[in-house]
Design a protein around this ligand. Structure first.
Ligand SMILES: [Zn+2]
Length: 352
């Protein structure tokens, strides 16, 4: 087992991320970042911190229409406070949303170039619900999608795996890449639930058909189902896809303490999931894997999730061994449904 080098985990962090100011009582608030940062203390010697730059409008235009970008800017300047029932703005939100894209871009490029082995971009506002033409679900611009497009355009990366383990389906990310065979988008999410997309049958379109894998899970799932979904579905598919880099939409809102959803992942579960993906990255792409913060709305879910993530990335503990699938279990049914949709392209799904 290799001992990680010092400073091989790049954390993208910036106090300006606090300047996207939530209305009173909104769950996507700046205090979320305090819980994440508290977890850094125990790992300080192994972390390299960097401040991002705002993404250029040109970089954001690879994912979003100019009209949407200009609408966000205009709404901020005009003092408008809401774009939809969930998604708010404050006076600095346009700059901070660009900074969130910039953070994801900077981490992704550092990992692709080998200047960081792995990374965690602690950005807000989150991004994975943002669609090409509209903000949605607390998200203004789709940070991870903009980073993927930047890797394709500026680093020549051709095969990118995006794993979205936020408890909500990453509708905006899926739609950004649904016709792109170079991006395998793979999502675990509570279903049915907000935003309503992410059923088994959504598997990509045109040239991208088969490069979208949805793993909808019923409320109440926890460590066993999530570990099993990664081990039996995500990892076999990724081994066949052979990405050059893995980016993770890293929400911690499937944690059992989280108030917005009804999943039951423990801190140990997030650690095991991290080690599964770290080992996958070691197997297929030289360990190149980066995490972009999405949701997570309880201090405990953010603190425990971040601690587990950093332990999983920096520690030497191996990934958990595959567990037998219990016949008739939720996991067995989900694996069967995913295999039915994807077996022609990924016959390995279901094996561990
Ligand atoms: Zn979420």
């Amino acid at each position: 087992m290799s001992v990680p080098l010092p400073h091989d985990l790049l954390v993208i962090d910036d106090p300006r991320y606090r300047e996207h100011e939530a209305p009173t009582g909104h769950p996507e608030c700046k205090e979320r970042l305090l819980a994440v940062r508290r977890a850094f203390d125990a790992f300080a010697d192994s972390l390299a911190f960097a401040r991002p730059q705002e993404a250029s409008v040109e970089a954001i235009l690879r994912v979003h229409g100019r009209e949407h970008i200009e609408q966000v800017e205009r709404a901020c300047r005009a003092g408008q406070s809401q774009l939809d029932a969930d998604t708010y703005l404050s006076s600095r939100s346009f700059e901070i949303a660009r900074l969130a894209c910039g953070g994801a871009i900077q981490m992704a490029h550092a990992i692709a170039a080998g200047s960081a082995r792995t990374g965690f971009a602690v950005v807000r506002p989150p991004g994975h619900h943002a669609e090409a033409a509209r903000a949605m679900g607390f998200c203004l611009f789709n940070n991870i999608a903009v980073a993927v497009r930047s890797l394709q355009a500026e680093a020549g990366v051709e095969r990118i795996l995006v794993v979205d383990w936020d408890v909500h389906h990453g509708n905006g990310t899926q739609h950004s890449f649904e016709d792109d065979p170079g991006v395998l988008f793979l999502s675990t999410h509570q279903f049915p639930f907000y935003p309503g997309t992410g059923d088994f049958s959504e598997r990509g379109v045109a040239a991208g058909e088969g490069a979208t894998i949805n793993i909808p899970l019923p409320a109440g799932c926890g460590d066993a189902e999530y570990k099993g979904a990664l081990a039996r579905i995500a990892i076999p598919a990724a081994l066949a896809f052979r990405p050059e880099i893995i980016l993770v939409s890293c929400g911690f809102d499937a944690h059992r303490a989280d108030p917005l959803a009804a999943m039951q992942i423990s801190a140990e579960g997030f650690g095991a999931m991290t080690r599964l993906l770290r080992a996958l990255a070691d197997d297929v792409c030289g360990g190149r894997i980066g995490f972009v913060l999405e949701g997570g709305y309880a201090p405990a879910s953010l603190y425990e999730g971040t601690t587990a993530l950093l332990q999983g990335l920096l520690g030497a503990e191996p990934p958990p061994p595959a567990e037998a699938i219990v016949k008739g279990s939720v996991l067995a049914r989900v694996v069967d449904r995913v295999r039915a949709v994807h077996a022609s392209r990924y016959p390995e799904i279901g094996r561990a």
